[in-house]
Design a protein around this ligand. Structure first.
Ligand SMILES: [Zn+2]
Length: 213
């Protein structure tokens, strides 16, 4: 097997970028700068931990759940399958039953969400995963599920049923992927979170590596 091209499937992080409504905005602070006579450039950042391309830990919806730093990293690094689904509203069990999804798979769903420009304002009618698909994926015992907008759940369901289904079973969630330039197929995925203790989510630099088998 040979590893080829690396495809960046992460969103850029910058002040003013699209966020989940209510999330803390991105501020990048230049604390020291060479132009102003400092010895080096030195920056800090303030932002919500569910900014851009990120993972959700069980702690996000389960108060005693695992935090980011306790997660098994095999959920965020390994072979992954990208499936392109031409659904308009949501992904149901019927939409994915015929796909070759097996136990321990990392599955990433590419949808029309990829057509929403990255700079566009927040869109409420993005394609989400419905509870039937989530339960089917749990029965299949997948390791991780990723989607190409900021939530796996329907914006209008306040109890976030799909987050609860996945996180209560320890399934990894990756949100905010940028899959528009990715073809269906099998890749090597890396999207490791920072090892921050006690947090419920974390931005990741998600990449797919093309493989030759
Ligand atoms: Zn999240």
């Amino acid at each position: 097997m040979k590893f080829n091209n690396i495809i960046d499937i992460s969103r850029r992080i910058y002040p003013g970028m699209v966020l989940w409504p209510g999330d803390a905005g991105v501020q990048i602070n230049r604390q020291a700068s060479i132009k102003s006579g400092d010895i080096c450039n030195l920056s800090s950042i303030n932002m919500g931990l569910h900014t851009g391309t990120h993972i959700d830990a069980p702690l996000h919806f389960i108060d005693e759940g695992e935090d980011v730093s306790s997660r098994n990293l095999s959920r965020f690094m390994g072979f992954a399958k990208v499936f392109e689904l031409n659904v308009k509203e949501c992904i149901t069990a019927d939409d994915i039953k015929s796909l070759s999804i097996d136990e321990d798979d990392i599955v990433l769903f590419k949808t029309v969400n990829g057509l929403i420009p990255e700079e566009a304002d927040f869109v409420k009618y993005y394609v989400y995963i419905d509870a039937s698909a989530a339960k089917w994926l749990i029965d299949k015992k997948v390791k991780t599920v990723g989607i190409d907008y900021l939530s796996v759940d329907n914006f209008y369901l306040e109890d976030s049923p799909v987050h609860r289904i996945f996180l209560s079973q320890g399934v990894g969630i990756i949100e905010g992927l940028q899959l528009k330039d990715v073809k269906e197929g099998r890749y090597f995925l890396s999207c490791l979170p920072l090892r921050i203790d006690g947090v419920d989510g974390c931005p990741v630099r998600a990449v797919l590596v093309e493989i030759e088998e």
